[in-house]
Structures are given as C-alpha cells and as structure tokens.
Design a protein around this ligand. Structure first.
Ligand code: TMP
Ligand code: ZN
Length: 405
C-alpha cells in the first residue's frame, strides 16, 4: 500500500476497526436507515514514520453544513488559543503582521490575533455554517479549505503571510502535501508557520485509540513532521509540548534555511522507539482495552447498575462502535453541552444525547468519560464529580492513571 505522505509503497495496516459510522454524524431517528458505514483502518509507514488512515473517507462527508464543533464551546480551549496567540505574535516580532489561520472555525483565534495587533487576518474554513458565523463576527473568512491553488490566488491579492497558524487542523486534512505546498507558497520569506496536533507518542503512551476516527487522517510525531517538511523545503525550528487533546505538540516551521532547536532535536532522538514493532504492540493494547471495556460494561449492566456517557465527542464514536453492541447499549444516555447535538442520537449505536442536567434528573452509578481530555476542567466545574456522586469510568486504564492524581 502507498503511504499518503511520502508516496512509498511501504504503508502497513496496524489496526482494522471494520466499518464505522461518521464520527461526528450525530443524527435524528428519522435518519437511522440512511446512516453510512465506512471502513476505518489505521496504518503506519516505516519509511517516513507517518501514522495515518488508510483510504480515508471523502472530506465532503465530514466537513459539511452539519459539522457541529465550535471552538468557543470550551473555556479551556479559548484560553489555550489566547496563550498561543500571545506567544507566537511575540515570537515573530513583526509589527502589524498578516495572520492566516487554516481551519479557522468560529474565528476565536483570529479575533485574539487582531486584539494582539495583527494588521490583517484571514481564515480558511470549509464548514460553511461555522465559517459564516466567524464572518458575522467580523473575521475575514474564506469558506473553503486551504489548498495550494487557493493559496496562490490569495497571495496575489493579499500578499504573503507573516504568520500561518493551524491548530488541530493538519491532522484533519485530506491532501497533506497539497496544504504544505500552499503553506510554502503563502509564507513570507521570514514568516513563521505554527501548527499543533495530537502527538503520536502520547497516543501510544496512553493507548488513546479513540483519537483514531475518520477526521483524523494523520498522527504526527516530530520525526514524521521533519520528514514531511523536508519534502516541501520547509524546516522545523522548534517544538513545544501541549496538554490539549490528551497530549499535543506545537511545531514551529520556517523556510528551509534555519537550524533546529536543541529541544526539537532531543524529541526527534527520543522517538527512535517508534517502529513497526511498537505500532503492532499498540494494536495489541488497543484490542485488549476494547475487550476490557466491553466486559466491564456487560458486568455493570448484569448487576443492575447504570451508566451514562459524558460528552458526545467524535472520539466516543470509535469507542462505542468498536466495543460489543450490547455493551455499548448498556449506556442509557450521553450528556453534552452542545445544543445541536442534544435531541440527537450517537452515530452507529444510537444512544440518545441529552443536556447535562440529565445526570441530576435521571442519575446513574457511573459515567463513561468521553471528554477525558477536558477532565481537569470538568472535575472542577461539575458538582457531580466534585461531590463524588457519580464515578468516572475510563476506556483505557492508562488514561485513568494519568488523571488519577
Ligand atoms: P472535544 O473538544 O474533545 O472534541 O469534545 C467536545 C465535546 O464535549 C463537545 O460536544 C462538548 C462536549 N463537552 C461537554 O459536554 N461538557 C464539557 O464539560 C466539555 C468540556 C465538553
Ligand atoms: Zn511514508
């Protein structure tokens, strides 16, 4: 099989989840029989070290008018973006820079960049509804994906960008090489490209297999990023590990004539353990965790106790549809704060999504914590956890250990 990053024929299948529904495809009852199922296969290229989806579904099925994610829905993420903007604006040291964001969502980050002195901002957002919202909020947004062709057209009218930012976006793009060609073309000579995405070594460390779903086509490490940038005559100059999404890495990139930082080089050296053997070991751990969760939920249901899901995340679609159907159906409901998800059902196993107060009006013994990446925020703000009225259940033991302190 061909690697979708480097093009070599060495791509190997690591995990096959079988057919899955669209991860973010929360649906009404009347659409149950129209639901589509698509193969979800996770692969690894031993040559360029890029972990990736094999034959991912077409982007039109994912980022359409129904796409429900809003950046501003989490306080922690809003402050994360504000910090990111502060840090990178300081780093480039360019007065009134032109800032582009790839996957600009509701415009929160670009709004923060404006507040920090950006001369001009431009977002690229293919999810129409969210992009239109950003426009209404005064953020200049192109309602299309960032592609090489778009980038070329854009620089003719707007000029090159001093700063290009992509947070949790590159891992979603279908044609990674085309986006990087666009970045190369759109970035000013002394410009900085900053992107951050979930970090493969953290996924391996915590067995967070729920990061694997249709939208996440790429699972970056410093090594695969260095290899990918090299092909596009771009250079990794620095990195900064991040807590978001259960462990992400921020990468700082320039045109190809800058030296790499000691920190980035160290991370690169420490990643030598990532090989086909380690990836296969991960596959074994994932299989074990799925079986374990299936059994646990089965036992809970048999003993007459009750479980709800906490947060209808895309990640939950992988968990719910890879465990046994009966075990998944042991979950009475899933709470979520997002209004468009409420009154709908989860993809595949069709568990009702309800507002969070259901945990008070219709109490359960356990919640399966699907928003584990927000756990530090949730356990402080949600009284049911503070008062230990409900016990969190985790889909991998390692995530439980990470947050048990
Ligand atoms: P994500 O940021 O991991 O994609 O998850 C976002 C989903 O989790 C979104 O649907 C909102 C939901 N959520 C809650 O229901 N309660 C919460 O406290 C948080 C932080 C998120
Ligand atoms: Zn490759």
């Amino acid at each position: 099989m061909n690697c979708r990053a480097c093009g070599s024929g060495s791509l190997k299948e690591i995990l096959n989840f079988g057919n899955m529904p669209i991860a973010n495809g929360f649906l009404s009852e009347r659409n149950f029989d129209k639901e589509g199922w698509y193969p979800l296969r996770f692969g690894f290229c031993p040559l360029c070290k890029m972990a990736q989806l094999i034959s991912p579904v077409h982007p039109n099925l994912l980022f359409n008018e129904n796409y429900p994610f809003l950046t501003a829905s989490s306080d922690w993420m809003v402050s994360h973006f504000a910090n990111l903007v502060d840090e990178v604006m300081e780093r480039i040291g360019q007065p009134n820079p032109f800032v582009i964001e790839i996957g600009s969502n509701d415009g929160s980050l670009l709004k923060a960049a404006k507040g920090k002195g950006a001369g001009k901002v431009l977002g690229f957002e293919p999810a129409n509804k969210i992009g239109s919202l950003a426009r209404k909020n005064g953020i200049n947004t192109i309602l299309a994906p960032f592609e090489y062709l778009q980038a070329q057209l854009m620089i003719q009218t707007e000029g090159p960008a001093h700063l290009i930012i992509a947070t949790n976006t590159l891992c979603h793009v279908h044609d990674l090489n085309d986006v990087l060609r666009g970045v190369k073309a759109a970035l000013a000579r002394n410009g900085l490209f900053v992107f951050e995405d979930p970090y493969l070594p953290d996924i391996l460390r915590y067995t967070t297999y729920d990061q694997i779903y249709d939208e996440h086509k790429w699972y970056f490490s410093v090594t695969s990023v260095v290899n990918m940038l090299e092909r596009h005559h771009l250079a990794l100059i620095d990195i900064e590990p991040q807590e978001v999404h259960g462990g992400s890495m921020r990468y700082y990139v320039t045109h190809a004539d800058s030296p790499i930082s000691k920190k980035a080089y160290q991370a690169y050296s420490q990643e030598r353990f990532i090989d086909l053997g380690r990836m296969q070991e991960f596959a074994g751990e994932v299989t074990y965790e799925i079986k374990n969760l299936t059994q646990t939920l089965g036992e809970i249901a048999r003993s007459g106790r009750t479980v709800a899901g906490y947060a209808a995340t895309s990640k939950s679609t992988t968990i719910l549809n890879s465990m046994g159907y009966d075990a998944a159906r042991a979950i009475s409901y899933i709470t979520d704060t997002t209004p468009v998800k409420q009154e709908k059902f989860s993809p595949g196993v069709h568990i009702p999504i309800v507002p969070p107060d259901a945990l008070l009006t219709n109490p359960v013994d356990y919640v399966l914590m699907f928003a584990w990446n927000h756990w530090n925020e949730i356990r402080k703000k949600d009284s049911i956890f503070r008062e230990k009225r409900v016990l969190p259940l985790w889909h991998t033991t390692k995530i439980a250990e990470k947050y048990s302190s």
